[in-house]
Design a protein around this ligand. Structure first.
Ligand code: FNR
Length: 367
């Protein structure tokens, strides 16, 4: 038997060093039904898995002896500066993972100069969140059957001083999330979507979406929102070049390529795989962001190399929140920033804003 040459300090291995460590630690912390709500996807969760697998398939083409001693990780998106090219994705009810909820998340992101997109299903008033961060704050909304509700959400985001509106267009109803159905998942009564003017029936997310979200949306809703607000308008949930083109034509200021983290249409492609198609259709007219499956700094670099202006990070943030509240989220986002900076420096890239497809190994062609 070989004795270890150095004693292993107790507790040493427990400090999370990656998003994957937070993922494992969160599983220990969260009640089973909340874990399933956060992790779950629609159907057989093929799209959910595809999002991370698409990043796993990519490899980088580092350049050496480039003289790169420091690098600039920041980017500009819609007139705002992001300290690194990622933001917190809009996610309902951070309070499921930690009592401080969105307050903790936004303070952690803000401390690092990273933006957050506040879900309209957040448990904390958007005005209160605005006061907790100097970084860009965007507000996400669904389009409601009741036009007054949608207009009121826009008004509240404007009054709070948000920097952009994100309209999510992939959710005419919730996808078939078998884990939540099996658990009969309900949001606890202590957690209310306080930004909604009318919060009746929100405990059952699927039932609420069916009752309250406007079905049969078409592109006129983007034009309608465009007329309602002067805020930059971002369309979240496009997966094709055609829809990127339509978003540009209807006055969107940016799009987010997203399959909602695999929670809506199972069988939809990995967001990363369709990013180049959307970037080509945008043709430089509007920035294209993406989300789904970003778990490491190099994933951020990969999305930027494929033309993304920035990415959003979803589940890892809720996992870090569950493990360590504000401190946990700050640590996770700091790890992602450090990994991203390592990726730039180790591949000889001085500026995040200059990344292009030459960073990636081209897909192998059949002989
Ligand atoms: C979400 N997402 C989401 N999107 C949105 O537009 N409004 C919302 O309220 C929510 N709520 C929500 C809750 C939870 C628990 C999750 C996990 C996701 C989708 C989210 O913005 C984003 O598209 C995905 O989470 C990105 O994928 P990853 O990073 O989780 O793989």
């Amino acid at each position: 038997m070989t004795a270890p040459t150095r004693p292993v300090r107790p507790g040493r291995a427990l400090r999370p060093r990656t998003a994957a460590d937070y993922h494992r630690a969160a599983r220990e912390r969260l009640p089973e039904n909340v874990w399933d709500f956060v992790q779950g996807g629609a159907g057989e969760e093929r799209t959910l898995r595809a999002n991370t697998e698409a990043f796993d398939r990519t490899t980088l083409r580092p350049r050496v002896l480039t003289g790169t001693a420091t690098c600039d990780t920041s980017v500009e998106v819609l007139g705002g500066t992001w300290a690194a090219p990622f933001a917190v994705a809009p996610m309902a009810y951070h309070g499921l993972c930690h009592p401080e909820g969105e307050r903790a998340t936004v303070a952690a992101a803000g401390a690092l100069g990273l933006p957050m997109v506040v879900s309209c299903m957040a448990g904390v008033a958007v005005g209160e969140l605005r006061a907790l961060t100097p970084a860009p704050l965007w507000f996400q909304l669904y389009v409601f059957r009741d036009r007054h509700v949608t207009r009121e959400l826009v008004r509240r985001a404007e009054a709070a001083g948000c920097d952009a509106l994100v309209v999510t267009v992939d959710t005419p109803r919730l996808g078939r999330r078998h884990r939540d159905a099996a658990n009969d998942f309900r949001v606890p009564p202590t957690l209310r979507p306080v930004n909604l003017p009318e919060a009746a029936g929100t405990a059952d997310p699927g039932g609420h979406a069916r009752a309250a979200f406007r079905p049969g949306l078409d592109w006129s809703v983007v034009a309608e929102l465009r007329r309602t607000t002067r805020l930059p308008l971002v369309v979240k949930g496009v997966l094709t070049g055609e829809d990127t083109e339509l978003a540009a034509r209807h006055g969107a200021d940016a799009v987010i390529v997203s399959n909602h983290g695999g929670r809506q249409l199972d069988g939809a492609p990995a967001a990363l795989d369709v990013l180049p198609e959307a970037v080509a259709a945008a043709a430089g007219r509007l920035p294209v962001l993406m989300d789904g499956g970003v778990r490491r700094g190099r994933d951020v670099a990969t999305a930027l190399a494929l033309g993304g202006a920035g990415v959003l990070v979803g589940r890892p943030v809720l996992e870090a929140l569950a493990v360590g509240g504000e401190h946990g989220v700050r640590d996770l986002l700091g790890l992602l920033c450090a990994e991203f900076e390592d990726t730039l420096l180790l591949s000889g890239q001085p500026r995040a804003a200059d990344l292009d497809v030459s960073l990636l190994t081209p897909p192998a062609r059949p002989p």
